[in-house]
Design a binder for this molecule. Structure first.
Ligand SMILES: *Cc1c(COP(=O)(O)O)cnc(C)c1O
Length: 395
């Protein structure tokens, strides 16, 4: 059953597609369609158009003057993905896959969601494109994430509780895949990050790479230079790869992937998949993943639910293996401190996920020259986190 049938869709040893036969066929069809659309100028023009009129692109490249002054350099720029419609980079991907689904004649989008951010983004684009939408969500998560459940329902999506297993994200993925298989004629499974079987890692990266393309031209205009470093937090890796892809070939640009150290590396409660992961197959693809001593997929942890994933995108696994990626680890406590710091120096409340990337520069500013230019991808806004931070950390 777990046999790889692809030659393409690999990033070094990582990636590919390792699925039961019937699902293999469905994703292979998707790969074929995407390959065609990818090179279709009309599709690319449509994508650009919706980025502008719906997502509010280009997002600002904002010079964080106060933070720069306070740290004494380097020059810090924030790529403001938090200003996109729905408040994060996720809209870029759902626009792309929503249009793709329309082109394939699909009438329904399905997705799984943990904390609900990807569910809300998917429900948003479904509403906009006039498609049905089913969101699979663990029963436990539904209880803990009421606001996002309300958002999805207001947007017209059906939120389907998953009670099997532990009733969490992983179980929701299993049920969503089953439902995809049973109705793949009408349904598109909209994956939320650069993970999963081929073509998802390539496709989602293509829909997110606009972030780095804009950084290049905006920084050219502002500073007439390439960034010294591009810094981003890593859950599955879509905002990181989206910001970095454009600069992979510019070897002078340092690419910094910031992973969640959670309660600390020694505690075992973290999400350091790139730093500590081993090659394994999860959710139908090969990548670096946290494993238990007996070789099972381990549970990850981060206070930022968007970073709480035991694996990571296969292309990032490759970039780590080849030494192109620099890694950093930021704990919950450091991220919370950065969350408050950015709010109070710049008047910007970041998502707790993005606060990990901010924490990197607070911790390591001294590694850079004052003339260096560091671009931090501010993947999302922090509205969803304010109650948690205020109640649990500031009181
Ligand atoms: C979902 C999310 C992330 C993590 O996902 P990636 O695919 O790693 O980008 C990071 N930041 C925000 C704001 C998110 O919503």
């Amino acid at each position: 059953m777990k046999k790889n049938i692809y030659k393409t869709g690999f990033f070094g040893e990582f990636g590919g597609s390792f699925l039961p036969k019937e699902l293999e066929k469905v994703v292979a069809d998707l790969a074929k369609t995407y390959e065609k659309l990818k090179n279709d100028p009309a599709f690319q023009a449509e994508l650009k158009h919706f980025y502008q009129v719906y997502a509010n692109r280009p997002s600002l490249l904002y010079f964080a003057k106060n933070l720069t002054t306070k740290l004494g350099g380097p020059k810090i720029y924030l790529k403001r993905e938090d200003l996109n419609h729905t408040g994060a980079h996720k809209i870029n991907n759902v626009i792309g896959q929503g249009l793709l689904a329309k082109h394939m004649g699909k009438t329904k989008l399905i997705a799984e969601t943990g904390a609900g951010q990807h569910g809300v983004a998917t429900a948003t684009i479904a509403a906009y494109l006039g498609m049905q939408c089913d969101i699979y969500m663990g029963a436990r998560d539904i209880k803990n994430q009421k606001a996002n459940v309300y958002r999805m329902k207001i947007l017209g999506a059906k939120v389907i509780p998953v009670t099997q297993g532990q009733g969490t994200l992983k179980d929701a993925v299993d049920v969503a895949l089953q439902s995809f298989l049973s109705d793949h004629q009408n349904t598109h499974y909209l994956l939320g990050s650069v993970v999963g079987p081929h073509p998802y890692p390539t496709m989602v990266r293509d829909f997110q790479k606009i972030i780095g393309q804009e950084i290049r031209s905006q920084l050219q205009e502002a500073e007439n230079c390439l960034p010294t470093a591009v810094v981003a937090c890593v859950g599955g890796g879509s905002n990181a790869l989206g910001a970095m892809y454009e600069f992979i070939k510019d070897v002078s640009v340092q690419l910094v992937a910031v992973e969640p150290a959670g309660k600390g590396q020694k505690s075992g409660r973290h999400g350091l998949s790139l730093a500590l992961g081993q090659s394994a197959i999860l959710h139908g693809f090969k990548t670096l993943s946290l494993l238990t001593k007996t070789g099972e997929i381990a549970e990850s942890y981060s206070a930022a639910s968007g970073l709480d994933y035991p694996g990571v995108g296969p292309e990032l696994s490759m970039l780590k293996s080849t030494g192109r990626l620099s890694l950093a680890a930021i704990s919950d406590a450091e991220a919370v401190a950065a969350f408050v710091e950015l709010a109070r120096t710049e008047g910007i409340i970041p998502a707790l996920e993005s606060a990990h990337a901010i924490a990197y520069i607070l911790k390591y500013a001294k590694k850079y020259k004052t003339s260096d230019v560091v671009v931090i991808n501010l993947s999302g806004r922090g509205d969803k986190d304010v109650e948690n931070i205020y109640e649990n950390f500031l009181n």
